[in-house]
Design a protein around this ligand. Structure first.
Ligand SMILES: Cc1ncc(COP(=O)(O)O)c(C=O)c1O
Length: 421
């Protein structure tokens, strides 16, 4: 008999993007032509200077343990980088290295939460926030991000959380936002800082798409006076530096919090590989022009995809303020077909055509507040994006095929119609 798993492990829901990615790869291996818009990965190569620096570091023997908090060269380069990009004035002591941004969700919760503490999460939300909050027994309080409010956080909900929750302790903020593409504007950050400053409340500011802001520039809560005392901002090389497989990121906060995150890193990972950090340091110092050219290309692709989606009957899509995702509202299509939005996504991949498919995600993969939407990334070439939109338009008209898909996958039948307005 095998030993039983913990209640926590049994309850964990993993990031659906990886499950759909695996399903898409299986279909591709079987010969299906799948347009892959499911995963938030960059189609560009890692910058050559980073590759060379990583290889050189391996040759130089930087292949052993390093400090848990990060090697000095990396911490200095990251501090210079955020100061240059976001007008901050932090030093190496304000930086801790991590294997991407995701791991900091867990470390943040370990650093600040006791069981039962309230954590405000704007929803739809990145799917790994709930398991990481649950690891510490935190209590999630959801605040809906609304299409009608450009998916910006609702500050009244923040005030209510602070005033009425029995033990408000943390807020998860994510801008540019995955999956909606919404931006927390500078005025929102100022207001948030105003209500939070000086309280025993910590903010996890998840900023992986910081270089994908399509109008104006990115703003971090860290830049608000005093807020570094209460904020842990997480950055990654996965998105704009096209280094998702290197597993590298960093967090910025006050020195005391960074020491704590370094200690917690020690207990979980020991350290991030030094050669990976040296590759990242080279990218931050020497690959910003290349990064900006690629991000310009992404911005153009997002606009193109959104424009084309808006031509499809029953679909309406806001131009995202940032990120490389389009988040079209497909509630009218789902209601007409009697299928959930993730059901629609899976139908497009598996059921709509024997030889072709589009891989994307239903908005409910990011919490109930995302139901009635699809999330499509725009990492494929332009003509493939256009083909995907035409495919979606005609697949959504094939009622007979949808019904036959639903008879084999009844879990995707829509029980209650989505709100359309
Ligand atoms: C909002 C958000 N947070 C964190 C991550 C994780 O990124 P990383 O690969 O740096 O761990 C992602 C990746 O998709 C994301 O969208």
């Amino acid at each position: 008999m095998s030993a039983s798993f913990s209640n926590f492990a049994t309850s964990v829901k993993a990031e659906t993007a990886f499950t759909v990615l695996a399903a898409a790869k299986r279909l591709i291996a079987d010969g299906k032509d799948v347009i892959e818009l499911e995963i938030g990965d960059s189609p560009f190569s890692t910058p050559e200077v980073a590759v060379e620096a990583g290889i050189q570091a391996i040759r130089d023997g930087r292949t052993h343990y390093g400090p848990s908090i990060g090697i000095p060269e990396f911490r200095e380069a990251a501090a210079e980088y955020v100061n240059r990009e976001y007008d901050l004035s932090v030093a190496a002591e304000n930086i801790v290295a991590g294997p991407g941004a995701k791991n900091f969700e867990q470390l943040f919760c370990e650093a600040f939460l006791n069981p039962g503490d309230g954590v405000l999460v704007f929803s739809p939300h990145f799917p790994t926030y709930p398991p990481n909050i649950a690891r510490r027994g935190g209590r999630i309080v959801l605040s809906a991000l609304k299409h009608a409010h450009d998916f910006r956080p609702n500050m009244d909900d923040v005030r209510t959380f602070l005033a009425e929750d029995p033990s408000p302790k943390a807020i998860f903020l994510n801008s540019p936002h995955n999956p909606t593409g919404g931006i927390t504007l500078l005025e929102d950050l100022e207001e948030l800082a105003e209500v939070l400053r000086g309280r025993d409340v910590a903010v996890f500011s998840d900023e992986p798409y910081d270089r994908m802001v399509w109008n104006g520039r990115h703003h971090s809560l860290l830049a608000q006076p005093g807020m570094i005392e209460q904020t842990v901002a997480a950055y990654t090389f996965s998105k704009s530096f096209s280094m998702s497989g290197w597993r590298l990121g960093f967090a910025v906060s006050n020195a005391k919090t960074i020491e704590m995150l370094g200690k917690l890193t020690n207990t979980a990972l020991s350290c991030v590989p030094p050669f990976t950090q040296l590759a990242g340091a080279a990218a931050m110092r020497e690959a910003c022009d290349e990064r900006d050219r690629q991000m310009g290309e992404f911005g153009r692709k997002v606009r193109r995809l959104v424009d084309e989606l808006n031509q499809v009957e029953g679909i309406s899509c806001l131009m995202p303020g940032g990120s490389f995702y389009a988040f079209p509202k497909v509630a009218a299509v789902c209601n007409r077909l009697g299928i959930t939005s993730h059901g629609l996504a899976m139908y497009l991949l598996e059921g709509a055509d024997d030889n072709r498919g589009v891989a994307c995600l239903g908005g409910e993969c990011f919490g109930e507040a995302g139901a009635g939407f699809l999330r499509l990334s725009c990492a494929e070439p332009d003509e493939r994006l256009s083909e995907a939109v035409s495919f979606i338009a005609s697949a959504a008209e094939d009622t007979r095929r949808v019904q036959s898909y639903l008879s084999s996958r009844p879990e995707y039948r829509l029980a209650n119609q989505y709100a359309v307005a």
